[in-house]
Ligand binder design. Structure first.
Ligand code: IPM
Ligand code: MG
Length: 358
């Protein structure tokens, strides 16, 4: 297994270190080849570019990428190409990672950590599938321009081609088939032509999957339904921008964004695996970040890039065992639990893996 390790910035470094410990614990030493590469602010420091050529080359050669977080304070004031936070977007685009799996799964041990009532979220297990290579994020033209009357105007362009919608649709129906066969497509077809096309293509592709129940919901209503009755959803498929927003909202159903892993896949088995959270500069370097999203991203890597669902299951069980033992990082702390730091949480998961194997 050739894995590129890109810790990036802020808490990305801390949580990735714990994820690597878990990776080494589940995969026998000999089978693992880890290559570390700088990205984001770390890329700027190392090579003057948030996505150095060498980092991209390492990513291209790897079977999978373990990514932490990219972004530094004040990021948004830099031009796009020099912006640490944009390195991730460039990497996703360069590798055609168009399908972003963001499962929101509630560990029963964390039912009290969510801000929602227990009965609303008990048994929650949904998947947000976010299109990752198009939409407002990449549409041209983009920029801040000066109009004829001399005032500045910000421009971004929402666009999706039919084939882009088709390829994410097939991934979505395929994912629903492996779950409870319910797919909810989220759009804004009542206002946006791009999204009208989205709905038309989803509907057409749906005729090839008569065993999957397809519904369509506008994004504003979807946000409300996610908070009111999230268990009605199995797989939700949506565009890049709506998926970005809805997946953060879904994270809170599980107790903390520190619990949410993700996989970004392209046409082949290569994938990029990262926690949904960002670099969190406000808590970086203090050993308080929750490494479980990064650790659960390793589980997704095992499943999607290396066809090793058993290894993924072992990681899940180890995380559950640690939570059942009462260990909690600050973001998921509750009365009666034991507060631990980032490294202690990672070590506990590794110990649980070894204990299960013994
Ligand atoms: C995410 C993040 C990124 C995004 C940022 C860091 C560019 O919020 O992965 O959800 O918007 O895609
Ligand atoms: Mg986001």
């Amino acid at each position: 297994m050739k894995i590129a390790v890109m810790p990036g910035d802020g808490i990305g470094k801390e949580v990735t270190a714990e994820a690597v410990k878990v990776l080494r614990a589940v995969v026998g030493g000999g089978a693992l080849e880890l290559v570390e590469a700088p990205i984001g602010g770390a890329g700027v420091e190392a090579a003057g570019d948030p996505l150095p050529d060498e980092t991209l080359a390492i990513a291209r050669r790897a079977d999978a990428i373990l990514f932490g977080a990219a972004g530094v304070p004040g990021d948004e004031n830099l031009p796009y190409a020099q912006r640490p936070g944009a390195s991730l977007l460039r990497l996703r685009k360069a590798l055609t990672l168009f399908a972003n799996f963001r499962p929101a799964f509630l560990f029963p041990e964390l039912i009290g950590a969510s801000s929602l009532k227990p009965e609303i979220i008990e048994g929650l297990d949904l998947l947000i599938l976010r299109e990752l290579a198009g939409d407002l994020y990449f549409g041209e033209p983009r920029g801040i321009f000066v109009t004829a009357s001399g005032e500045r105007e910000g421009v971004n362009t929402m666009r999706y081609t039919e084939s882009e919608i088709e390829r994410i649709a097939h991934v979505a129906f395929g994912a629903a088939r492996e779950r409870r066969r319910k797919l909810c497509s989220v759009d804004k077809a009542n206002v946006l032509e791009t999204m009208l096309l989205w709905r038309q293509v989803m509907t057409r592709v749906g005729t090839e999957y008569p065993d999957v129940e397809l519904t369509h919901v506008f994004v504003d209503a979807a946000a409300m339904m996610l908070m009111r009755a999230p268990k009605q959803f199995d797989v939700m498929v949506t565009g890049n921008v709506f998926g970005d927003i809805l997946s953060d909202a879904a994270a809170m159903l599980t107790g903390s964004i520190g619990m949410l892993p993700s996989a970004s896949l392209g046409p082949g088995n290569k994938g990029l695996y990262e926690p949904v959270h960002g670099s969190a500069p406000d808590i970086a370097g203090r050993n308080i970040a929750n490494p479980l999203a990064a650790i659960l991203s390793v589980a997704m890597m095992m499943r999607h890039s290396f066809a090793a669902p058993d290894a993924a299951e072992r990681i899940h069980r180890a995380v559950r065992a640690v939570l059942a033992d009462g260990l909690r990082t600050a973001d998921i702390q509750q009365p009666g639990t034991r507060l631990v730091g980032t490294a202690e949480m990672g070590d506990a998961v590794v110990a649980a893996l070894h204990a299960a194997a013994a």
